[in-house]
Design a protein around this ligand. Sequence first.
Ligand SMILES: Nc1ncnc2c1ncn2[C@@H]1O[C@H](COP(=O)(O)OP(=O)(O)OP(=O)(O)O)[C@@H](O)[C@H]1O
Ligand SMILES: [Mg+2]
Length: 360
Amino acid sequence: MPVFNFLKSKKIVGLDIGSFALKLVELKPKKKGKDTVFELISLGYEPVPYQSIVEGSIMDSTAVVDAIQHIFYESKSRTNQLSFGVSGSSVIVKRIEVQRLSPNEMHEHILWEARPHIPFTPEEVNIDYEVIESDDIHPERVGVILAAVKKEKLNDYLNIITISDKIAQVIDLESFAILNSVLENYEMYRQRSIAIINVGATITNVVISKNGHPVFVRDIAFGGNQFTDLIQKELNLKYEKAESVKKGRQVEGVSPAAVKPVINLIFNELKNEISKTFEFYRSNTTEGRIDNILISGGTANLETIVDFFSQEFDIPVEVVNPFNNIEINPKKFDLEFIKDMAPVFNVAMGLALRAVGDLK
Ligand SMILES: Nc1ncnc2c1ncn2[C@@H]1O[C@H](COP(=O)(O)OP(=O)(O)OP(=O)(O)O)[C@@H](O)[C@H]1O
Ligand SMILES: [Mg+2]
């Protein structure tokens, strides 16, 4: 029998394995009166070499393993346990409605009802779900968001985590993580209909929530890489230079006036994709209202994104600060860095919150 049960005080970090960069967040829950507040314990950001992960598939495992080991080392996290998220083409997310049964019967019932909606055999996928209570739905029925992840893809991620000497304790949908983070950081959005748009490098996650529950989730294969690619092509630049130009930095021989129309062209494409998603949501639910749009992900740092989306959708738009309600010791962390990079950490924050939440 162990003298100390270290597992009881198990610490878990949220690790966002993005194709552009890994992000790590570790939190500690603290009691403050009746409430639980969270304190930041460790934070990490580690770029992933270009094309090591393409559309959610790991192409260069050595590079990803190195990056995982490095981010843990740099962030000085003392744990090897993590939660990570899945998104994109390896995940099928569907919203269904099922008859309301007793809590004991619900699990089997949902899995049975899920079968015709998942275009794979049960052996090929792992299925998870979240029950949604909504006044759109008849009281005898409940809404369910189903998520099926291809085991093959999941195993690729689990393998690199094992090779990195880490242990995956929790697997979540990136979209649920994003929502979790927003609801923890902005209490007012627990009472509203909001759309969170997380624009990464290759994937844009859209999650719509009503009164604090997810009602619609979709991942669009579109992101910041599209801006870089077109800047590269139109202005005849190397990848690194195109990235700098996109981020608004001065690059010799490139005038900002030449960049703007290229960025606007991609913004329009992104807007069209998001509009299609909103239309689909509106046509599939009785209540299609969206009160606020919140944007996160690396591409939320594009200077004109808030103005562009506000004008196009005529809904108030705001960039998410996933540290809004999180206690941070200024002696331990670089507040300037956190302020500049905040929206990038939305997924990792949600994963960290989920991890500590599961331990409570
Ligand atoms: N200051 C900035 N201005 C504009 N774009 C930026 C800025 N900083 C980062 N980006 C872009 O954000 C994207 C990376 O965002 P993020 O870290 O959220 O992606 P990821 O999670 O690694 O990727 P994915 O989830 O799509 O695989 C890149 O396309 C990058 O060029
Ligand atoms: Mg991402």
